[in-house]
Write a protein that binds this ligand. Structure first.
Ligand code: KIV
Ligand code: NA
Length: 265
């Protein structure tokens, strides 16, 4: 089957449908998620946390995004693949954003970039889109701004949050964003934004009113041994499966049960 394109997500929204997005950082996992039917894979700068073991996304570089994005694109046939513009690659100017967006698409084969930020980034979205780079806007809690926002916390809890976030989202849509991602906002605010927009939305910790949902796969499938946010549903305990397999393998080696004749030349 042909690869998903931005127009397909617009069709899904127009038809009142839903779609799934997962993060992904390597070709092996990408192939599994692609075959499972996941419509969109995101090389998130969350790779700083889950792949590189850092406690924020701030140190992730363009080179990191290029390395992992290439791997995910290589592992997919069908999924729409997008990647984050990392901290420091787009904020300084519209020109910087366009250069980084073009580089990421050109060197990796991804179909869109995701960029954190509100109304102040409308000119960047407009210029990227004009240059041929599809943009997914990311609002609500934006982890790259954790030092300004004062830590990981739900955004848009104030009384006029709905009106404000709808107005902001409309500006980003007008600028040309193909999709809007909302992170950690109240469910009714995210639902109001989805209803006000014609473009599809995707949520993480944003309730059930968005067009799509996204989760960090290590969180959702039980690979993350640390703290998992409360908005994550745990679908599997892959970490336990891996741990059991590693222990069994070690036992076999120590007891000289592996390899046997079947696994020897
Ligand atoms: O980096 C990431 O994985 C993300 C998602 C959590 C939306 O931006
Ligand atoms: Na991210």
């Amino acid at each position: 089957p042909a690869r998903y394109r931005s127009v397909h997500f617009q069709q899904i929204k127009d038809a009142g449908g839903k779609f799934a997005m997962l993060t992904c950082y390597d070709a092996t996992t990408a192939q599994i998620f692609d075959h499972a039917g996941i419509e969109t894979l995101l090389i998130g700068d969350s790779l700083g946390n889950v792949v590189q073991g850092q406690n924020s996304t701030l140190g992730v570089t363009m080179d990191d995004m290029i390395t992992f994005s290439k791997a995910v694109v290589a592992g997919t046939e069908r999924a729409f693949v997008l990647a984050d513009l990392p901290f420091g690659s787009y904020e300084a100017s519209v020109e910087q954003a366009v250069e980084s967006g073009i580089q990421l698409v050109k060197e990796t084969g991804i179909s869109a970039v995701k960029m954190e930020g509100g109304i102040e980034y409308a000119p960047h979205i407009q210029a990227l889109t004009a240059a041929g780079v599809a943009v997914v806007a990311h609002t609500g809690f934006t982890p790259q701004s954790e030092h300004v926002l004062g830590g990981y916390r739900v955004q848009g809890r104030d009384a006029d949050a709905s009106t404000r976030m709808v107005e902001e989202a409309l500006v980003l849509q007008d600028a040309g964003a193909m999709m809007l991602l909302m992170e950690m906002v109240p469910a009714e605010v995210a639902a109001a934004v989805d209803q006000a927009l014609t473009i599809p939305t995707v949520g993480i910790g944003a309730g059930n009113g968005t067009t799509g949902q996204v989760l960090v796969w290590q969180d959702a499938f039980g690979l993350n041994r640390g703290r998992v946010p409360s908005f994550v549903k745990k679908y599997a305990d892959v970490g336990q499966v891996l741990s059991d397999a590693a222990q069994q393998y070690r036992e076999d080696v120590l007891q000289a049960k592996f390899p046997n004749d079947d696994h020897s030349f």
